[in-house]
Design a protein around this ligand. Structure first.
Ligand SMILES: [Zn+2]
Length: 238
């Protein structure tokens, strides 16, 4: 194929590629997946905080229960002493009875305190269960969206693949210097790379060129460079 025709075709494939990639980027599923992932990340951070709170609540409850057990053992020991009949002195019996009263008051207060800590732990555990359920739902949504994106995007990806193969084939048929110039202009312009000289005008930048420049181009090779926009300029051969 002529280099000039190859350049024009190459540009068509590159414009198609740009359009397909834009379509892929703008798929609503892609944005929805990003939103779902952002929400999941928030939920997981919340889950980590909730687990820390739950384990702190857990250890407070356990400590309360341990203290309560110790207190109850002491109460039991004092009661046993009182009931054993071994203590006869009224003064000593009164002291034990007072000690028992004091221990029971402490046990009552501790029990109430531990109960309220248990309630907090239950609330914390309930919160953790809710967060885990929200994460499971979020992961399901993300998986469904990803599947859908793969299905819908699959058609686009197949077209992108075909366009890429076509452009590679055309590029490899171009002389090395033209290939390098095309790729260099393409990377800096992100769009139209090639213009055609028509009636003294570059079709890419649509600027009429001075007669002297047009004459230089006409007397030069089939593919020149536009003196205005620096794109490749096809002078003849189409
Ligand atoms: Zn131009």
């Amino acid at each position: 194929m002529d280099a000039t025709k190859a350049l024009v075709e190459l540009q068509e494939h590159d414009l198609a590629l740009a359009r397909l990639n834009r379509q892929l980027d703008e798929m609503p599923e892609k944005r929805a997946i990003l939103a779902a992932r952002g929400k999941l990340a928030e939920l997981k951070a919340l889950q980590a905080r909730s687990e820390t709170a739950l384990s702190a609540a857990d250890s407070l409850v356990r400590r309360g229960e341990d203290e309560l057990r110790t207190l109850n053992e002491r109460i039991k020991a004092e009661q046993d002493k009182l009931l054993s009949g071994a203590v006869k002195s009224p003064k000593e019996l009164q002291a034990i009875s007072m000690e028992l009263d004091s221990l029971k008051r402490r046990a009552d207060a501790l029990e109430a305190d531990t109960l309220s800590k248990m309630e907090k732990r239950e609330a914390s555990a309930g919160q953790s269960v809710k967060i885990a359920a929200a994460i499971a739902t979020g992961e399901g949504t993300e998986a469904r969206l990803t599947d859908r994106f793969r299905q819908l995007g699959g058609t686009l990806l197949t077209s992108i693949d075909a366009e890429n193969r076509a452009r590679e084939a055309l590029l490899s048929g171009l002389p090395a210097d033209l290939r390098a110039r095309y790729e260099q202009i393409r990377s800096s312009r992100h769009g139209i790379t090639v213009g055609v000289l028509k009636e003294g005008m570059c079709s890419a930048c649509r600027v009429g060129l001075p007669a002297g420049k047009v004459e230089e181009l006409v007397n030069g090779p089939d593919v020149g460079v536009c003196p205005n926009c620096n794109r490749l300029l096809i002078v003849r051969g189409l």
